[in-house]
Structure formats: C-alpha cells, structure tokens
Design a protein around this ligand. Sequence first.
Ligand SMILES: Cc1cc2nc3c(=O)[nH]c(=O)nc-3n(C[C@H](O)[C@H](O)[C@H](O)COP(=O)(O)OP(=O)(O)OC[C@H]3O[C@@H](n4cnc5c(N)ncnc54)[C@H](O)[C@@H]3O)c2cc1C
Length: 389
Amino acid sequence: MTTNGSDYDVVVVGGGAVGLAAAWNAARRGRSVLVLEQYELFTQRGSSGGAERQWRLQYSEEDLARLTLEAQPLWRELEEAGGRRLVHHTGSLWFGDTTEATNEGMISDAAKVLERIGVTHEWLTAREIQDRFPFAALPDHYEGFYQPDGGIADVKGTLWLLHEQARLAGVTVLEHAKVEEIAPDADGVTVRSGRGVHRGQHVIIAAGPFAKPLLAPLGIELDVHLFQMTSASFRLRDPGLDLPTWFAFQKPTEEDTNLFYGFGRNPWSGSDVVRAGPDFEDHVVEDPYLADNAAVPRHLERLTEWVGAHMPALDPEPELAGSFLAALPADPERQFYLGHAPAHVPNAERLVIFSTGWGFKFVPLLGRACAELALDGRTGFDLGRFGLV
Ligand SMILES: Cc1cc2nc3c(=O)[nH]c(=O)nc-3n(C[C@H](O)[C@H](O)[C@H](O)COP(=O)(O)OP(=O)(O)OC[C@H]3O[C@@H](n4cnc5c(N)ncnc54)[C@H](O)[C@@H]3O)c2cc1C
C-alpha cells in the first residue's frame, strides 16, 4: 500500500470519547496524531450518543471502584483545561433487592467495597428512600444507599472539549474515514481508510461497538455482545423537583432483567425533562452497521409501566425515546478490553485496543492509558486484567 505521504507517531481509529481522549493525551506529549472517524464526530451511531451518563464510585469489584477514584483527578484536569464542568455531583442512589446479583453488580457487595475503601455512603430503607426522593410503591424489603459524590457526566460537553483540546494540541482529524485494514509490520503500521492510506508508528483502536469486524481480519476475537439499549425522556410534573442518578436492582422477571435506571435534570441544560431506561441486555445486534437509534417497543413499554408505578413526579408519557448501541464483554466482571493486541498478532506491540463496556466514567483515564500503552509500552494504571490474550 502506498501512503498519503504523512507519517504519524500515533494513528487513532475512532473519534468517540476514548479515541479523542487517547489522541489528546498522545498529542500533548508532543507526538503527531491522526484520528480516523468513519462517520462525523459526535455521531449518534456509536456508544457515546445521547446527553448524559451515570457517574458513580460504587462497584462490586474493588479494583473498579478504585479506578473511578483514580479517574476523578483526570476529569478535573480536563475540566480545568477547557474551563467547563463535565461531571456534576448530583448524587447516586442505588436501591432494590440488595443481594440480587446483576449485570451491574450487587448493592450489598458494592456497599462493602465502599466501606473498605472509605467512601461515604448512607444506607437507606424503602421508607427513607421514598421520604427523601420522588419514588413510590417500592416493596417494603427494598433497601439501598445514597452516595453523594456520584452524579451525571455531560457526554456532548466531554466530546466537544476533548476535540477542542486535541485540536489545540495539533491532532489531525479525518471524518468519513472508515478504516478497512490495519497492517502492522516491523517499522510501523499501515492503515487503509476511505480517505487514503496512512502510516503510524503505533495505532490505537478505539472503535467502540464496531471493534469486532475491524479486528477479525487480524485474528482477534473479542468476546463482546452488542445490544440496542432503549431509553426515554419524561417530564417532571413539579419544576421544583429533582432527582439524583438512580438505579433500581430487582429480581428478574421471566422476560427480562427487570432493572431500571435514570437521571435527574441535566445541570447544564436545566430542562424539566429527565431520562430513564431499562437495563435489558437482550436486544442483541449481530452487525453494528445494521443498528438504528430506534427504541425497542417492548423495552419502552416496560419502562413506561415502571415509571408510572414508581415515579409519581414524572409524567409517564415519554416525550422522546430512542436507543444506543452498547458493546459489553460477555464476562460482566471484565467491564472492558484494554491492552496491546494478543501476542499471536505479528508486531502486536504496535496496536493498542480498547472496547468498551460501561466506560464513560473512565474516559480521561482510558485515554491516558491508551496513549501510555502506545508510547511507553506500559501504563501506570492497574489495568492488567482487562488485557487481550
Ligand atoms: C445506552 C448506553 C448507556 C450507557 N451508560 C453508561 C453510564 O451510565 N456510565 C458509563 O460510565 N458508561 C455508560 N455507557 C458506556 C459508555 O457510553 C461507553 O463506554 C463510551 O461512550 C464508549 O466510548 P468509545 O469511544 O469507546 O466508543 P464510541 O463512542 O462508540 O466511539 C467509537 C468510534 O469509533 C468509530 N469507528 C468504529 N469503527 C471504525 C472504523 N472502522 N473506522 C473509523 N472509525 C470507526 C465509530 O464511528 C465511533 O465514533 C453507556 C453506553 C450506552 C450505549
């Protein structure tokens, strides 16, 4: 393949949250960086669509809880670089069946981890939850905790700011540049995209839910499932009311996981409309390129029913509904893949791969880790168990 002429220290495949964070981190270390994005920046077709994400410290796995603590100063650093708040600490409320093991973890285990690592949280009964927050008709045995440092991350603000910082640090971004082939050799990596042939010393692949088809020709199999995740927006009936971010852990029904989550007002928009969603990982998507942003009707119906039964502060008629594509490792404890390409790939050390899980809360840390793996061959973060074999 003949290249377009420019050689870069780092080529990043994917202009989503992690790709932009990786590009910024490599460029501010003085390296030349090219980002290739198959659609346009800020696309809704990947996993960084929509307006908000839950930001939380609690995890059932202690290393992940510690990782959120490590991510905190990196969020502050990004916010300070751009002069804009991205994570708003509106509090995080988890409640329900406290010993139910779910794809999001378990309330009682997460509370134990918070104890161990010394993070403040307040244990609450169903009555106390309903007295303090706008939930109703919760089963009497429900309990949970409120963690005041959790909250809500501003997705569009983060993407915009990362792009701005990357651009200021000299990163080149090519949109509508779908990468079709990645070929590492002893001297570098050749990358063929819809916009030409490019050459980098290292390639960071942050392709989100599209990683599988891109990696398959290299003989790399990610054990990742793709799901279309529905959510909807509901109007708050009382403009004086607000909510923390929340997650309801419940025993599964015969049809689905019976898990629901949601947000309060977006502090950056001040809107009276808040988002909620079912966490049902059952609408499987085989080919990410065939997914759309439509709501799954059965999921929307279940969500509307739950909101109607337990959230009297909301008008249960959704104002907007849609879906985004999530890529989740088959092993829920793994959360994401991050590391060099597996050793069986020739010149594996030239490729760094990230995909994707519930990763938004870690974005600045993941970007830093990707850049370190590419430029230094190792990262100072304890991410070894997320590596590819
Ligand atoms: C519905 C939903 C709810 C979520 N909730 C939370 C939450 O509450 N808290 C949390 O922490 N996380 C959450 N997440 C996860 C979080 O949003 C993702 O982990 C994160 O946004 C992933 O960013 P990314 O950059 O890895 O992937 P993406 O944003 O998908 O970016 C990948 C980019 O790569 C591009 N690309 C792919 N293939 C190619 C190619 N061949 N050539 C060129 N470009 C390519 C894509 O077009 C895309 O722009 C949620 C995700 C979803 C979908």
